[in-house]
Design a protein around this ligand. Structure first.
Ligand SMILES: Nc1ncnc2c1ncn2[C@@H]1O[C@H](COP(=O)(O)OP(=O)(O)OP(=O)(O)O)[C@@H](O)[C@H]1O
Ligand SMILES: [Mg+2]
Length: 543
């Protein structure tokens, strides 16, 4: 519609000039203005409908795209996610996709509209006067070269700007995640300075993009002016020679003028497009990533026994586990003890298939762990990890978390974890909303919520990684008694620095530098292992 209206605007020039002004036809006096009004009405309506339509499509695509990128990201290997900065990942979903959105919903329709307008108008000028059209348009292809060079430059700058943007977001998310540390060590000014430096670097990159971006407009403007000059010079001679009427000439001149408006638009959009192209290459980097951990096919029903056979785990260059073997059958309580960095948490990471073994095999119910679906595997393992994760949601939801919600079960789990007493006192009981990271709870309270979460899950394997480290001796003893009770039909794997808390376990594995250097019951180890004796003496002194 708009394209038609554009061509019609030029076409109406001929009768206007020839009939209205030169031949002074009275009838045309009403017709031409009315026609003009009609054309512009069609143009306005067309533009509106088209904008709504294209924006709808654009927004729709981008919304789907955002979800697709997130779902890809969430399922990526832990090794990738933990090495990426969270701000960088957020930036790809929010900033980069916003740049693509800007292009898809605003620029792309504009681009298509301008392209067709240019084609239609060029067709029209060729129809009017092919020779004159040739001379006036010959300059068009010549401008393609500088515009292409400009675009390449801009794409590089855009890429840099997007990376800087991601840096900035990473810096921010890091800052707010560590706000307690920053405030307690009074380094606000220092953080501010670091941020300001990056912030102004982003400013510089963005301004650089502007210098190049805005160059496309004047270049195209000048090209347009040259063309118009050529048309007037050559066209006027045709009019003198009576090859063309004044009206035809005016129509031609208007059409050429009209060609250059969208042609300029095309050039400008093309340069702006580079930003979206750079952004999409960053987003497709993620979409094209292949996971190394491959899902199995079999659904795991219940975990009866676990066996590690000569297991090795490397995190990149770092060897965390080096030939670990052990086997447990339910009911069983296994403790992993030893110095920090010995590889205890790594044993758990493998059990959850957050990582795959670099060598050796893990068997669940006598079958390779890789043969089960990851979802069904994780469903049967409840973990209280070293770091406690609390979502900004009600306490009840935080406890039920991955399972279906049941109020009675939530309360029962809280009671078991020795948490119900303080939860009852909260303003809205179990429906009190937790702050992000559980910052409205004490460390011990947070740990008890995490414990309640794992008890709620009622999985066949319960993993406790320093789950009672933030509790006083008395509360710890109470919780250990509950775990004892739970362990009757479960496999419990506990990691503990305080050795007293696991003294009654069926077996203890003493780990150092990725190896099991001693194993047995507490009493046996006290007799046989020098290292264990030392560790025990140390842990007794600490508590
Ligand atoms: N994601 C990771 N990437 C690289 N190296 C890692 C990663 N996680 C752990 N490591 C390294 O692997 C080794 C074993 O780590 P692990 O977390 O298993 O120790 P741990 O026995 O649980 O220690 P702690 O008692 O302090 O929790 C450490 O030297 C650690 O630096
Ligand atoms: Mg650990």
């Amino acid at each position: 519609m708009t394209i038609f209206a554009n061509v019609a605007t030029a076409h109406i020039m001929q009768p206007m000039m020839d009939k209205l002004f030169i031949e002074k036809e009275q009838g045309m006096l009403e017709t031409i203005p009315l026609l003009m009004l009609g054309i512009y009405f069609i143009k306005a309506a067309g533009r509106y409908i088209q904008s709504i339509f294209t924006s709808y499509i654009g927004q729709h695509i981008v919304t789907q795209f955002r979800s697709a990128v997130l779902s890809k990201m969430l399922f990526l290997d832990m090794s990738f996610i933990s090495s990426a900065r969270s701000g960088e990942l957020i930036s790809r979903i929010v900033n980069d996709i916003a740049r693509i959105q800007y292009f898809v919903s605003l620029m792309l329709p504009e681009f298509i509209r301008e392209l067709f307008t240019v084609i239609a108008l060029i067709g029209y000028v060729l129809y009017l006067n092919a020779e004159l059209a040739f001379y006036s348009l010959i300059i068009l292809p010549i401008v393609i070269l500088p515009i292409a060079a400009l675009s390449r430059k801009l794409r590089k700058i855009s890429y840099g700007s997007q990376e800087k943007n991601a840096d900035l977001l990473s810096r921010l998310s890091e800052m707010f995640n560590n706000i307690e540390l920053i405030k307690s060590s009074a380094t606000e000014e220092f953080e501010l300075k670091k941020f300001a430096k990056e912030n102004w670097e982003l400013f510089k990159i963005n301004m650089k993009a502007v210098y190049f971006n805005e160059l496309s407009s004047p270049i195209l403007e000048i090209v347009g002016a040259v063309s118009l000059a050529v048309v007037i010079f050559l066209g006027a001679q045709d009019v003198y020679a009576n090859k063309m009427s004044v009206g035809e000439f005016m129509a031609f001149l208007t059409a050429i003028g009209l060609v250059f408006q969208p042609a300029r638009g095309l050039g400008i959009i093309y340069t702006k497009m580079q930003d979206a192209l750079a952004a999409s290459s960053r987003v497709f980097d993620i979409l094209d990533k292949e996971n190394e951990i491959v899902d199995g096919e079999e659904i795991l029903d219940k975990i009866e026994c676990i066996e590690y056979k000569d297991v090795v785990l490397d995190y990149g260059d770092k060897r965390a586990l080096n030939g670990v073997s052990f086997a447990v059958q339910k009911p069983y309580r296994l403790a992993l003890v030893g110095d920090s960095g010995g590889g205890k948490s790594s044993v758990i990471n493998l059990l959850l298939r957050l990582y795959d073994t670099s060598a050796g095999t893990i068997f669940i119910n006598k079958k390779d762990i890789k043969s089960y679906t990851i979802a069904s595997l994780r469903e049967h393992i409840a973990v209280v990890s070293q770091r406690v994760y609390i979502f900004n949601d009600s306490l009840a939801y935080n406890v039920a978390f991955s399972d279906t919600f049941d109020e009675d079960r939530v309360i029962a789990a809280l009671k078991k974890a020795n948490a119900y007493d303080f939860v009852k006192e909260m303003p809205e009981g179990i429906y009190t909303v937790m702050q992000e990271f559980g910052s409205n709870l004490s460390g011990g309270q947070r740990q008890r919520i995490a414990l309640a979460r794992s008890l709620y899950k009622d999985a066949s394997v319960l993993v406790l990684d320093e789950a009672t480290s933030a509790l006083d001796n008395e509360s710890e003893a109470e919780i250990l008694a509950i775990i004892e009770e739970e362990a009757k039909d479960k496999i419990v794997i506990a990691i503990a620095h305080r050795l007293q808390s696991v003294a009654s376990f069926d077996e203890l594995l003493l780990m150092r530098e990725g190896k099991i250097i001693a194993r047995g019951k507490h009493s046996e180890l006290l007799e046989d292992s020098k290292e264990y004796k030392l560790l025990y003496a140390k842990s007794k002194k600490e508590s």
